[in-house]
Design a protein around this ligand. Structure first.
Ligand code: TXA
Ligand code: MG
Length: 343
């Protein structure tokens, strides 16, 4: 199968993508968080295709994307008390809400759970596409399972060229990290995955919000099943440094490493280091602009992968605002529990 590249700025191209989705084909499209791999959510065959194309475990449920609140009627069985307020405030936007699922939603979407994840993306191309097809669209991030999520159409093609019908190009994803997943079926809402909307932003609107412990009780089915799988992992090991004297520690590591070195650091840290010419360096931006760090993170991991570095040194960022989502993804890329981030 040839994967078509469609220009998201052209109405005819967006309509063509919508027709493909209606026919049960797979189409990747931009959202404000990352690119999604879309299929018509109520078409079981189409949804199975998503798992196949990504190489994704089938018990990891998908987020359904809509462009109008009215579309919820077919997807959910009940509107939890906080839903209206949260939708009013954060939709369209990077907040995924967990609802009790409606009867029509296939088990292929929910991984067999009795809940369904729904969000309304805040991206003109995503909204135009959802309007043009007038269908709820299931869409995980459009990467091969385990790899960093795509923030450019080129990343999607790198991972999925020949495996999907089309990708709609809408430029770089602005947020760069996936949506916050919030379980509102509990009395106190629980953040299952930190993301584009911060805990602070949610608490301002609905009061107390809990953050799910990463793995919880091992005997329990994880509440966000996706969180138990390896994620965002480049080929090279990722080492997160957060020593008191970060620069000294990093300089020693850099000096003693003899292989192909990769660095992914803030510009403040980079400015203080002596870096060998042979190293591949990605500047993540300023420590004072965590949103920018978030936007650059996944592309940085992909750049270092392409350069075939043998190790990646990076640094810890504060857990404030979108920093907690950054640290969540970095820890996963490094294959460590967040609390174990290397000192
Ligand atoms: O920003 C995003 O959310 C992107 C864009 C494309 O919208 N999508 C995305 O999808 O990140 P994905 O499949 O990569 O991640 C979905 C996450 C997984 O951690 C999954 O376990 C969780 O949402 N999830 C989905 N349905 C769930 C449910 N019913 N209950 C709990 N967690 C659920
Ligand atoms: Mg994903």
């Amino acid at each position: 199968m040839d994967t078509k590249i469609l220009d998201g700025t052209q109405a005819a191209a967006v309509n063509e993508a919508a027709e493909l989705l209606k026919m049960g084909q797979l189409v990747a499209f931009p959202t404000e968080t990352v690119y999604g791999l879309g299929a018509y959510a109520l078409n079981k065959e189409a949804v199975r295709g998503i798992y196949q194309a990504k190489g994704r475990p089938s018990d990891n449920p998908l987020i359904v994307h809509i462009c109008q609140k009215e579309q919820l009627t077919d997807l959910i069985s009940e509107l939890p008390p906080l839903a209206e307020t949260l939708m009013e405030k954060f939709w369209p936007g990077p907040l995924t809400l967990i609802f009790p699922k409606g009867e029509q939603v296939p088990a292929e979407i929910t991984g067999g759970l009795d809940t369904v994840a729904v969000r309304m993306p805040n991206h003109p191309v995503a909204l135009a596409l959802l309007e043009a097809c007038a269908l709820p669209i299931a869409a995980p991030s459009a990467n091969r399972s385990g790899k960093p999520s795509p923030t450019l159409a080129a990343h999607v093609l790198h991972d999925l060229n020949g495996r999907i019908a089309a990708v709609v190009d809408g430029g770089a994803a602005e947020v760069g990290l996936e949506s916050t997943v919030l379980d509102i079926t509990q009395t106190v809402p629980v953040i299952l995955r930190p993301g584009g909307i911060t805990k602070e932003q949610l608490e301002e609107v609905v009061g107390q919000v809990e953050l799910a412990t990463p793995h919880g009780d091992k005997k329990e089915t994880p509440r966000a099943p996706g969180m138990k799988y390896t994620h965002y992992a480049p080929e090279a090991p990722v080492i997160i440094c957060q020593a008191q004297d970060l620069e000294k520690e990093l300089q020693e590591k850099i000096n003693s490493f003899t292989g192909k070195l990769g660095l992914m650091l803030s510009n403040e840290t980079l400015a203080k280091l002596k870096i060998p010419k042979t190293a591949t360096v990605v500047d993540l931006g300023s420590q004072n602009n965590l949103a920018n760090i978030a936007a650059n993170l996944f592309a940085a991991l992909r750049t270092l992968d392409e350069a075939e570095v043998e190790i990646i040194y990076t640094e810890a960022f504060p857990h404030t605002q979108i920093g907690s989502a950054v640290m969540n993804r970095l820890s996963k890329a490094a294959g460590v529990e967040e609390k174990e981030v290397i000192k």
